[in-house]
Write a protein that binds this ligand. Structure first.
Ligand SMILES: Nc1nc2c(ncn2[C@@H]2O[C@H](COP(=O)(O)OP(=O)(O)OP(=O)(O)O)[C@@H](O)[C@H]2O)c(=O)[nH]1
Ligand SMILES: [Mg+2]
Length: 289
């Protein structure tokens, strides 16, 4: 029997949502690589997915998703292992939608309905997160204790007062609140894939200590990690590190072009495995809690 599921994609501006969908559609459409999921029936309208996946294939930077548009993306997929079929709806929204919700404490009716009707979520996080700043008073105490120099603009006697800029708010604070908004409306536990996008940046960073997706989440966004792990009655989560593009389009294009098959540039890392199968998070979401 076919099951219908709605998947809500969440993620702030530039978190890698559209690039993931572009690569996903290319892989599903071409059906050459052994992805866990395959298309069962072509959607009536796939103009948007075709457009973004063409740009993905041609190494073109995707345009920012417009704030007023709502790309539904209905897909019928089947699990190759057991032939189970799923109708899924996986809308691509602009990252501003989520930032505005956090800042103005309001959400669009359509997005609210999607949240109410979905029990499956993907949260995208780009590795260049906004980190919390230490309070001035803590910084001064640290500098005294460890004989470290304070930033030039900070006097050792007087704390610096900075004007609050919402854009500079720590990513983890915004994301925890976005999940809290959702949980107010959910009666049951949700399944959520946490996707650290542009995973090639993590892999290629010699200074990064966290090379497993869950370690990365814990090390860089500890508040979000603790919120997810401290509430097992609300969340069933799994962390993935995904590079849907394979690398940076400006500096690594020549390297990316060397792959014979476009799917080879995709990296999908879990804490235990690495593959090129971009359908993995969706397959995991389809499993029952
Ligand atoms: N290095 C690298 N960069 C990536 C990867 N995926 C996405 N990016 C970059 O991340 C930026 C944002 O990607 P998008 O997919 O457009 O992000 P989005 O979440 O759809 O953004 P909005 O539509 O603005 O909400 C772009 O500059 C991409 O080139 C990746 O796998 N590797
Ligand atoms: Mg987008």
């Amino acid at each position: 029997m076919k099951k219908s599921k709605k998947i809500a994609i969440l993620g702030l501006v530039n978190s890698g949502k559209s690039t993931f969908l572009a690569a996903l559609w290319h892989i599903l459409k071409n059906n050459k690589t052994k992805a866990s999921l395959a298309i069962s029936a072509l959607p009536e309208n796939s103009t948007y997915l075709t457009e973004i996946s063409r740009s993905w294939l041609q190494f073109k930077e995707l345009s920012r998703t417009p704030t007023k548009r709502w790309y539904e993306n209905p897909l019928t997929l089947k699990d190759r292992a057991n032939e189970k079929e799923y109708d899924i709806l996986i809308p691509d929204l602009a990252g501003e939608t989520f930032f505005h919700q956090w800042f103005h404490r309001q959400w669009q009716g359509k997005y609210k309905s999607l949240v109410e009707e979905s029990s499956n979520y993907i949260l995208f996080i780009h590795p260049s997160v906004e980190k919390p700043e230490l309070l001035s008073v803590v910084r001064r105490a640290y500098s005294k204790r460890f004989n470290e120099e304070l930033p030039a603009e900070e006097s050792p006697e007087e704390p610096t007062i900075k004007v609050w800029n919402p854009e500079k708010s720590p990513t983890q604070v915004i994301l925890v609140e976005l999940l809290q908004f959702i949980m107010q409306f959910k009666k049951s536990k949700i399944r959520i894939a946490i996707v650290i996008s542009a995973w090639d940046l993590v892999n290629n960073d010699p200074l990064c200590k966290f090379k497993l997706p869950t370690n990365w989440l814990n090390g860089n966004l500890p508040l979000l990690y603790q919120y997810l792990t401290a509430n097992p009655e609300y969340f069933c989560f799994k962390t993935f590190g995904i590079s849907a593009q394979g690398g940076d389009l400006q500096t690594q294009k020549a390297q990316l072009l060397e792959h014979e098959n476009a799917s080879e540039r995709i990296i999908v890392a879990s804490d235990t495995d690495t593959s090129n199968d971009i359908t993995e998070p969706i397959k995991w979401l389809m499993e029952e809690i």
